[in-house]
Design a protein around this ligand. Sequence first.
Ligand code: KG4
Ligand code: ZN
Length: 333
Amino acid sequence: MLVLGIESSCDETAAAVCSFSDDGSKSLLSSEVASQINVHRLYGGVVPEIAGRAHCEAICGTVSAALSKADKTLDDIDVIGVTSTPGLIGALLVGVSYAKALAYSTGKPLVAVNHIKAHVAANYLCHPNLKPPFTALVVSGGHTSLIDVRTYTDFRRIGRTRDDAAGEAFDKIGRVLGLYYPCGAEMDALAAKGNKNAFRFPSAAIADDTLDFSFSGLKTAALNTINSLKQKNLPVVAEDIAASFTEAFTSSICKKILPAVKHCGYDKIVLAGGVSANSHLRRALSELAQENGYSFYTPPLPLCGDNGAMVAAQAYFEYLEGNISDIYLNAMA
Ligand code: KG4
Ligand code: ZN
């Protein structure tokens, strides 16, 4: 079965073609990502109105490129999957409207995909043996969630951030350090060169027996430290700020992951979302999983950020469950 996946929830217009066989094998035939980062960079973050317009400009070319790089035509496609929630409404609407028109005009089934489920599904494309149930952590620019993944489609959120998402904190601190949006990858590289004990930032793991996080206190502590160094005319060593922030971020996640896995009762941990590209987090979670006898899965870097392949993967499992949308499908922010 060939699935076309379309993604436009934030600042990447993406499309991919994936092939799924009855024996469970999956292959990624193409994955095209048209990034809008250079435009949003001028404003230090994603401007929703500009994102929607840029998706309109890019979507036809991106889908055509995904089909031609897969050496397929629209006729070959069996299922059209599209991210319908969550995300920026003006951005989501472009992908949803485009996919609806494509499905309506070709008579092919249309499948609505949840963006968070899609991030998790990226793992099925690169870890052929991975199957639910497992405990997932989705960390991105808009989300930080611990999830009990019971089946390919049945997700129960067991923990979440009560305020900022992890990626948002990386981006805001990076911006004040003078980095270009999105700052996560550069913060990652700086952290590798800094002293993680230079500053002691508060934990983002909420201290009672909840599985929730709060990143706003950690983010504000890092921002206040930078501002106070500047006010005192003291040097701001970006490497040390990045390393100390990353240490607080990583240890906060590690604090909640074992209780989350115990709560679910599984032996597998899956890490997904844009922030799952963070080398320090990947290392820490992989070591923690190994020490405690759990298997650990995370996608390779090109499948961590937003892409169409993860949408195609989740669309395939939704389709098998009979979750097919009609022409009245709407986007939800
Ligand atoms: O999943 P994603 O592409 O978009 C959303 O669904 O939000 O995630 C983007 C986020 C940005 O905040 C970006 O700074 C962050 O992922 N990110 C990273 C790294 N690479 C990207 N954060 C930390 N370390 C990284 N290496
Ligand atoms: Zn995402």
